[in-house]
Design a protein around this ligand. Structure first.
Ligand SMILES: C[S@@+](CC[C@H](N)C(=O)[O-])C[C@H]1O[C@@H](n2cnc3c(N)ncnc32)[C@H](O)[C@@H]1O
Length: 319
């Protein structure tokens, strides 16, 4: 079962036991879904959700401050869910094929410096994901004050035939103006609005795609080997796992291992617990230890996170 805070619009997909999410269960209806990436203060989501109660809205943000602001705006709107997650990950992992009517981005940061390029949301892989999760004829709308970014977005989208341009407008008079839009209009900057229509369905490889299970390992371990974990880095393909710290409990036979796991550019910080299994009703300590995700952190069970459990077990295992 999944846990949600029923008093807020914020949802935590990591607490759900299956990905992509079953959105009709989340919203309690089959209404079309519109996504906004980088919702900032939440002006767009609030306005659209109020004027379109027959549609559902999902917003992605990485900023906790923006999340709090938007939360206050959409409070009580049952057709809005807000998620704190990198949209590049969330778009691919949380939505199944042909589940979205529209995806919107208002004034994204273009990340124009070479050193920041890896933070860009609009890259070729993004359009592969969009061509999968958008319904037939579904649209992607970008509004920006950066002309080269608008043009580059069009080039990237149409280059492999997955999208076609259905609209390109300079300084359109948009009904809903986000905080950034109001700012740029006030200072006389040009605004560029691009609408792209899905032309062809695309396939995408999801990292999770299925039961979101709790990975664990059981083995006899050699406690002397915990020191071998210090600063250890495991690498395989696009997976990288770094051990940041190991903490030993002062009251029982257990340890906590602090880790960072990366699946390509998607990085997560979390903890594993390593503790002795208890035998029987009297709780006698057995020789077998269990290694599993610690309950205080709840990372997505990506390939790197699952693999980290096996890697830690391999280092600690008694020969
Ligand atoms: C320039 S602000 C625009 C905010 C709002 N859309 C507006 O028009 O006022 C860009 C927003 O995108 C968010 N953002 C940046 N990268 C993101 C990502 N990978 N996933 C989700 N949100 C992201 C930032 O935190 C920031 O709030």
């Amino acid at each position: 079962m999944s846990y949600e805070n029923t008093y807020s619009n914020e949802m935590r997909p990591a607490n759900h036991d299956y990905l992509p999410l079953r959105w009709s269960e989340v919203f309690g209806n089959e209404n079309p879904i519109i996504v906004e990436i980088g919702f900032g203060g939440g002006e767009y989501l609030e306005n659209c959700a109020r004027s379109h109660p027959e549609k559902n809205f999902v917003g992605f943000e990485v900023s906790v401050t923006s999340m709090k602001k938007a939360q206050n705006r959409v409070n009580g709107l049952s057709n809005v869910r807000l998620v704190i997650t990198d949209a590049r990950f969330g778009m691919r992992e949380f939505f199944g094929p042909k589940t979205l009517e529209k995806v919107v981005m208002n004034f994204p940061i273009p990340w124009d410096k070479h050193s920041q390029e890896r933070r860009r949301v609009i890259v070729p892989e993004f359009f592969s994901t969009l061509a999968n999760v958008l319904c037939d004829n579904g649209t992607f709308e970008l509004t920006t004050d950066v002309e080269w970014y608008a043009k580059q977005t069009i080039e990237t989208a149409i280059s492999n035939g997955l999208f076609e341009v259905s609209e390109y407008a300079e300084n359109p008079d948009r009904e809903i103006k986000t905080r950034y839009e109001q700012k740029w209009v006030k200072y006389g900057r040009n605004i560029y609005a691009v609408t792209l229509k899905k032309a062809k369905h695309g396939e995408v490889d999801r990292l999770i795609g299925g039961m979101h299970e709790m990975p664990h390992a059981k083995c006899e371990i050699d406690e002397g080997k915990f020191s071998n974990l210090d600063g250890k880095v495991f690498k395989e393909g696009t997976k990288v796992v770094v051990v940041k710290n190991v903490y030993r409990s002062e009251s029982d036979s257990s340890y906590i291992v602090k880790l960072i796991a990366s699946d390509g550019d998607f990085q997560q910080h979390y903890y594993l617990t390593v503790q002795r299994e208890m035998e029987g009703m009297k709780g006698i300590e057995s020789d077998v230890w269990i290694i599993k995700l610690d309950s205080v952190s709840n990372p997505y069970r990506t390939p790197a996170v699952k693999w980290s459990v096996q890697m830690i077990a391999n280092v600690l295992r008694r020969q």
